[in-house]
Design a protein around this ligand. Structure first.
Ligand code: CA
Length: 237
């Protein structure tokens, strides 16, 4: 089961059900009118909207208009029986990301959904989170010019790769996950070393100092980690 959430907006029961079946690997929600779709969009975040154009309540075009007007950047694939090039061009201009003509092929729907999700990333795509960091669709954490990927354990500063030891990486990851939090040396030691703390300030200091030196070597312009005197460390955001 994939964790991307897809809103299917289609008033024909059978077609809606068919789309939900085709996309059963994803978390799907079905809306059967334009007004229902608007309610869902107001109450939850989706990674993709599959949108019919001729709908009761609000038309598909009105929904795209509403979404973009509200700053909802969720990608939209229009699925419509409208054959005219002008209709397709129109919805793409309005901010739809792709267009599938009815009647559709199952494989085509799947391929286009996958392509749009890949292109647009997930719902945590480059929109700044309240925490101050961004998270890309592959899980890469981004703060300013600094990126960190948990899976590949790669870190870059100003586009340059920074080779870190395991502990340095773990410290940085913790700081980047909670960029507004000030971590005491005890916090860091307990979390990163996973051992009980008996005043190992020096251990933390040494690793922190090495980590900062490596970041500074890659990017002299930016101080990524700030010392909060008397308390500890936090990201400099
Ligand atoms: Ca319809």
């Amino acid at each position: 089961m994939k964790d991307e959430r897809i809103l299917i907006v289609e008033d024909e029961n059978d077609v809606n059900r068919l789309l939900a079946t085709i996309l059963s690997d994803y978390q799907t929600t079905s809306a059967f009118s334009g007004t229902e779709a608007k309610l869902y969009l107001a109450s939850a975040k989706y990674d993709l909207v599959l949108l019919d154009l001729m709908l009761p309540g609000m038309t598909g075009e009105e929904i795209i208009d509403h979404m973009r007007g509200q700053g909802i950047k969720t990608p939209v694939i229009v699925i419509s029986a409208k054959q005219e090039v002008a209709d397709r061009v129109n919805v793409l201009r309005m901010g739809a990301d792709d267009f599938i003509m009815k009647p559709f092929e199952i494989d085509e729907v799947l391929a286009r959904v996958e392509a749009v999700l890949r292109r647009c990333g997930q719902r945590e795509q480059p929109a700044a989170s309240p925490g101050g960091q961004q998270k890309l669709s592959d899980g890469t954490l981004v703060i300013g010019n600094l990126t960190l990927n948990h899976d590949t354990r790669q870190v870059t500063a100003a586009g340059k790769e920074v080779a870190l030891t395991v502990k340095e990486f773990d410290i940085l990851e913790l700081l980047m996950r909670y960029p507004k939090k000030v971590f005491t040396r005890e916090n860091l030691f307990t979390a990163v070393w996973g051992e009980e703390y008996f005043g190992e300030d020096n251990t933390v200091n040494v690793h922190m100092s090495n980590l900062r030196q490596k970041l500074a070597k890659a990017d002299k312009e930016t101080e990524y980690i700030k010392t909060v005197w008397g308390i500890g460390f936090k990201m400099n955001i």
